[in-house]
Write a protein that binds this ligand. Structure first.
Ligand SMILES: Cc1cc2nc3c(=O)[nH]c(=O)nc-3n(C[C@H](O)[C@H](O)[C@H](O)COP(=O)(O)OP(=O)(O)OC[C@H]3O[C@@H](n4cnc5c(N)ncnc54)[C@H](O)[C@@H]3O)c2cc1C
Length: 415
């Protein structure tokens, strides 16, 4: 995607710029135990959105957003080495990036790859600047792992399309400006072949967003209803009935993004979780216990391995390769690491992980992290689905039997 090269002196100059920027514009992470799950919880409040938008605006205006994205669409056309330097310098600072994860990690790459030139010019810059927040409208009550079984309909009416149906688990729909929706446009062909993707204005008449409450008490995702929502012809992404290819592209980017901890914002290097746990173990006194030290060492190794895999995936993507099954490996490994980290924190906190005093923010954040970790494993594809992809695409095992794959969609009994 990018052809720029850089000299060591340029990279060093860039490093100094990023370091100066972070020291004057961002807060250190010291007070943020629990990390990104804590940010997800915060992501639902208006105040947090304002903070997040301001931060992203400032990053963009300083030339530090979309580093390896093409200049013609608002990026910087820099190299993956610039991104790596940015990641190294950003590590240890609070990045209020949660509201932009779906936008930059999933929707923007899909628009870049499958959108029209007009869509790229219209949307990618505002996405990189944080002026537009997007959501991903794929899952439905009857179509999650098997998203190709979706039933939300789009029917052509003159120059417009009319959408009817329901989506669910839509992260950030309540504060999004736009969404990428996949719809059924042709029920007479097999399920993967009659799907079309559109850009939907989330404030359009007929769109109703209803928050869903999670076990942590937060409402990060929603059910979204479409009642005769009219979309212009220019909302079409890719070809009519060919939306499955674009949808797979979005899902692969999602797995890379979640797995690499990147969110399109270039995080996920270093040993942030290890550092937090080591600090907690020091605080509780367990740091001298050999079993604790052994578990800490295991977490360090897993986190470093994942970070290196993340760097490799980002480098491969930015060289123009399509996301592959390694995104699923990273997603699976990342969710296993997340739950291991959450469990270890609970062991270290003992009873204060269950009941904490009002001023004990650290225990609150770790408990929030624990309650968020199963959702993190499910979002973007469950561990079972990741293992299926790994088995089929990386290990070459036989495909799962799919009896309905070649049937016309309207003849599939569930639909
Ligand atoms: C925090 C969070 C955020 C999310 N955000 C979004 C979002 O922004 N946009 C969006 O569109 N969706 C979103 N989702 C939805 C998510 O993509 C789905 O929950 C996920 O794909 C699983 O679908 P399902 O919940 O319908 O479960 P189901 O597909 O019904 O699965 C139920 C169980 O069956 C297992 N299973 C299903 N099929 C197979 C199989 N072939 N082989 C083996 N086991 C199988 C699953 O692993 C699971 O254990 C989010 C989910 C979460 C938890």
């Amino acid at each position: 995607m990018t052809t720029a090269i850089e000299t060591p002196a340029e990279l060093e100059e860039f490093r100094v710029k990023v370091r100066d920027w972070f020291s004057s514009n961002a807060q250190r992470e010291d007070a943020q135990a629990g990390g990104e799950a804590g940010e997800v919880e915060a992501g639902e409040t208006e105040d947090f959105l304002v903070v997040a938008r301001n931060f992203q605006n400032k990053l963009y205006d300083s030339g530090l957003s979309g580093l390896a994205w093409p200049k013609e669409y608002g990026g910087q056309s820099l190299t993956m080495n610039h991104q790596r330097v940015f990641n190294e310098e950003a590590s240890g600072y609070v990045m209020p990036s949660t509201p932009f994860m779906v936008t930059l990690g999933m929707c923007a790459p899909t628009i870049l790859q499958y959108g029209t030139e007009e869509q790229r010019k219209r949307h990618i810059g505002p996405m990189l600047r944080g002026d537009e927040i997007w959501c991903q409208l794929f899952s439905e009550p009857g179509a999650g792992s098997d998203v190709a079984g979706l039933t939300t309909k789009a029917v052509r009416d003159g120059d417009e399309w009319v959408i009817n149906g329901q989506k669910v688990w839509t992260s950030g729909a309540h504060y999004s400006n736009f969404g990428l929706i996949v719809t059924r446009t042709n029920p007479d062909v097999p399920k993967h072949k009659g799907i079309t993707m559109f850009i939907v204005d989330m404030k359009a008449p007929g769109v109703t967003v209803r928050p869903l409450r999670q076990m942590s008490g937060a409402s990060g995702f929603n059910e979204v209803f479409f009642d005769n929502v009219r979309l212009p012809a220019t909302a079409l992404v890719g070809e009519v009935d060919q939306g499955w290819t674009a949808a797979i592209g979005t899902l692969m980017n999602e797995r890379v993004s979640i797995g690499a901890g990147g969110g399109g914002l270039g995080r996920g290097t270093g040993t942030v979780q290890f550092d937090r746990l080591a600090e907690l173990a020091t605080h509780t006194g367990a740091i001298t216990d050999p079993v604790t030290r052994n578990e800490l060492a295991t977490i360090w190794v897993k986190e470093r391995t994942l970070a290196i895999l993340g760097d490799r995936m980002r480098a491969s993507l930015k060289s123009g390769n399509a996301p592959g099954p390694e995104g699923s490996i990273a997603k699976l490994a990342g969710s296993e690491l997340g739950s291991r980290v959450a469990d270890m924190a609970m062991d270290l906190l003992a009873e204060s992980g269950q009941a904490w005093t009002n001023d004990d923010e650290e225990s609150l954040r770790w408990a929030t992290n624990l309650l968020g970790s199963p959702g993190g494993a499910i979002a973007g594809g469950t561990p079972e689905i990741m293992r299926n992809i790994l088995g089929e695409r990386s290990l070459g095992l036989p495909k799962e039997p799919q009896l309905d794959r070649d049937m016309p969609f309207k003849e599939i009994r569930a639909n």
